[in-house]
Design a protein around this ligand. Sequence first.
Ligand SMILES: [Zn+2]
Length: 163
Amino acid sequence: MKHIHEDYLRSAMFGLQDGLVSTTGVVVGISTGVADKSIIILASLVAVSVEATSMAAGQYSSEKAVHQMDKIGKHNDSLALGAAIMFIAYFLAGMVPIIPTILFPQSQGRIIAIVAALIGLFVVGYIKGHIVESKPLRSATELLVIGGIATTIGLIVGHFLRV
Ligand SMILES: [Zn+2]
């Protein structure tokens, strides 16, 4: 892992985590509030594309600011590559809850999406904890809780704003 610039790793981990957490919240929320599967799929794909772009832009500009303040030349990573990694990581992670939503009937798809996303978060948390050499299980549990909260909020909003 030492030959990969840590800014790329951070970008990938953050993208995977956020792609899983927010897309699952969005997918579950819309799927709870709307009965039309094509609307659920459309809204989920719009959300994941827009969010991945926005996260990539955010990665680019925040990392640019960090680079401008870097006086010792530690940051030799490419801003564009960091942004691209963020986009891809976010988009791929977002597909984890979206694909079961497309493949399965609505009621089952929602449950499979939640389970798949929570497993994904646990794995990402574990890898993240492993990379930074802290406690992988603790980091995995942390992400699981964050994902659970976002999903619950999606469920509640979807339930009360049902159309
Ligand atoms: Zn950097």
